[in-house]
Design a protein around this ligand. Structure first.
Ligand SMILES: [Zn+2]
Length: 376
C-alpha cells in the first residue's frame, strides 16, 4: 500500500497516509455524528454531534497510529529496519525490511500491536466508567465509550490467528517455535488467512442479503483483501524457501552489454538493439553504472525525436535502481526488485564497478533450476 502523502516523522519512522483514509474518516465521523450519537444521546445541537463524531474519528486514527508505531519500535529493537508506516482504509501497515530472526522476536513484533489497542480500549473504558461514577452520563461519555469499544474490537479482530493479521504472525511464531520450520509455519498461517478471508466474504454476502448492505459489503471487502494478501504471502514464502542459500552472483547475467549515457536513441537502435538479445542496457561511465535503459523507455520516444534524445535523459536514474553485491543472498534483493517498475537490479563489485545485471528472467530461471535440483 503506497502512501499518497507524508504526514510526519515520529520516533524516527516516516508516517504516510493513503487517500483512502479520508473516505473511512468521513464514514466514521458522519455515521457517529449523524447516526449513532443523536440516536443514543438526543437533545444536543448538530454542532455538538459534529464535534464529538469528528474528535472520535481523529482519536481512533491516533490509536491506529499508536498500534502501528508499536510494531515499528519493537521491530527496530529486534534488529529489523523499518521503512515506514502507511495508514489506509483497512487500518495501518508497518513496512519492515527483512524477517524476524527468531520465533520470539516474531512474536514480540506482532503481539505488541493488539496489546496496544487493547490497553487503549481498556483505558478509554476506565475513563468512561469513572465519568459515569462521577455522575456524568451523556454525549461525552458515550463518545469515549465508543472509542473503548472500537479499540477492543480492533485488538480482538487483529488477534484472529490468520495472516496477514497480527494473530496470523503470532500463530506463525508459535508454529515456528514448535516445529522449528519457519516456511511451514508461515505457509500454515497464510492458509488460515485464506480460510478466514473466505469466511468473511461469505458472512458479508449473508449480511448483504439480510439487508445490511453497507456492513455486508465492508466485511466482504476485508475478506477479499485477506484472501489476496494471504495468497501473496504464501507464494512469497515458498519462493524464498526455494531460493534460500542462492546468492546474487549465482543468478545474475554477467558482463552485460553496456552503453554510454551520451549516445542518442537512434545510435542505440542502430548499433546495439538488433545485435543483442537483451531488453535492458546499463549505462556506464568509466565502468561505474549511472543508469539503466529499457525497451519500454525507448518505445516512449517518438521516432522523429530519436536522433536528438540522449539516453542519459530517458534512463532510469541510479537512485531508482536496486544495487546489489554478488555475495548478497538473492532473497534479500527480491523485495527491492519488486519495489521498482523496471524490475531489474545492477550488480557491482567492491569498487563500484558494474559486473552484472539481475532481470526477471534470471530470477525465474533460478527458481526453475532450484526446483529441479533441490539444494542440500
Ligand atoms: Zn498490527
Amino acid at each position: 500500500m503506497t502512501a499518497s502523502f507524508r504526514l510526519a516523522r515520529i520516533v524516527g519512522v516516516d508516517v504516510g497516509v493513503n487517500w483512502s483514509v479520508l473516505v473511512i474518516f468521513m464514514l466514521i465521523a458522519t455515521s457517529l455524528s449523524a447516526g449513532r450519537l443523536p440516536a443514543d444521546y438526543p437533545d444536543h445541537s448538530a454542532w455538538a454531534y459534529g464535534i464529538a463524531g469528528t474528535s472520535a474519528a481523529v482519536v481512533f486514527f491516533l490509536g491506529l497510529l499508536a498500534h502501528e508505531l508499536s510494531h515499528a519500535v519493537v521491530a527496530r529493537r529486534n534488529g529489523l529496519s523499518v521503512e515506514g508506516i502507511t495508514l489506509w482504509m483497512f487500518g495501518g501497515v508497518a513496512r519492515l525490511r527483512g524477517e524476524a530472526r527468531t520465533p520470539g522476536a516474531d512474536l514480540r513484533i506482532a503481539g505488541v500491536g493488539p496489546l496496544v489497542s487493547l490497553l487503549l480500549g481498556v483505558g478509554f473504558g476506565a475513563i468512561a466508567a469513572l465519568l459515569v461514577a462521577a455522575g456524568q452520563d451523556g454525549l461525552v461519555v458515550g463518545t469515549i465509550a465508543w472509542l473503548a469499544g472500537i479499540n477492543i474490537l480492533l485488538a480482538v479482530f487483529n488477534s484472529l490467528p490468520a495472516a496477514p493479521l497480527d494473530g496470523g504472525r503470532i500463530l506463525r511464531a508459535a508454529l515456528w517455535r514448535w516445529r522449528g520450520d519457519r516456511t511451514w509455519a508461515a505457509v500454515t498461517a497464510a492458509r488460515a488467512g485464506r480460510v478466514l478471508g473466505a469466511l468473511l466474504i461469505a458472512l458479508g454476502f449473508w449480511e448483504f442479503l439480510g439487508g445490511a448492505a453497507l456492513s455486508g459489503l465492508w466485511l466482504a471487502l476485508i475478506g477479499w483483501f485477506l484472501v489476496g494478501t494471504a495468497t501473496m504471502e504464501e507464494q512469497g514464502t515458498r519462493l524464498a524457501a526455494t531460493l534460500a542459500g542462492i546468492r546474487v552472483g549465482d543468478v545474475m547475467s554477467g558482463e552485460p552489454v553496456t552503453v554510454s549515457p551520451d549516445l542518442d536513441v537512434a545510435q542505440l537502435l542502430d548499433g546495439y538493439l538488433w545485435e543483442s538479445r537483451h531488453s535492458a542496457f546499463p549505462l556506464t561511465d568509466g565502468g561505474r553504472p549511472v543508469g539503466l535503459i529499457t525497451l519500454n523507455r525507448i518505445k516512449a520516444v517518438p521516432p522523429e525525436r530519436r536522433a536528438t534524445t540522449r539516453l542519459r535523459d530517458i534512463a532510469c536514474p541510479l537512485e531508482e535502481l536496486p544495487i546489489a553485491s554478488p555475495d548478497e543472498p538473492i532473497n534479500d534483493l527480491l523485495p527491492r526488485l519488486n519495489q521498482y517498475a523496471d524490475g531489474r537490479a545492477l550488480v557491482v563489485d567492491g569498487d563500484g564497478h558494474l559486473i552484472g545485471i539481475v532481470t526477471p528472467t534470471d530470477i525465474s530461471r533460478a527458481v526453475q533450476r532450484a526446483t529441479l535440483i533441490p539444494r542440500p
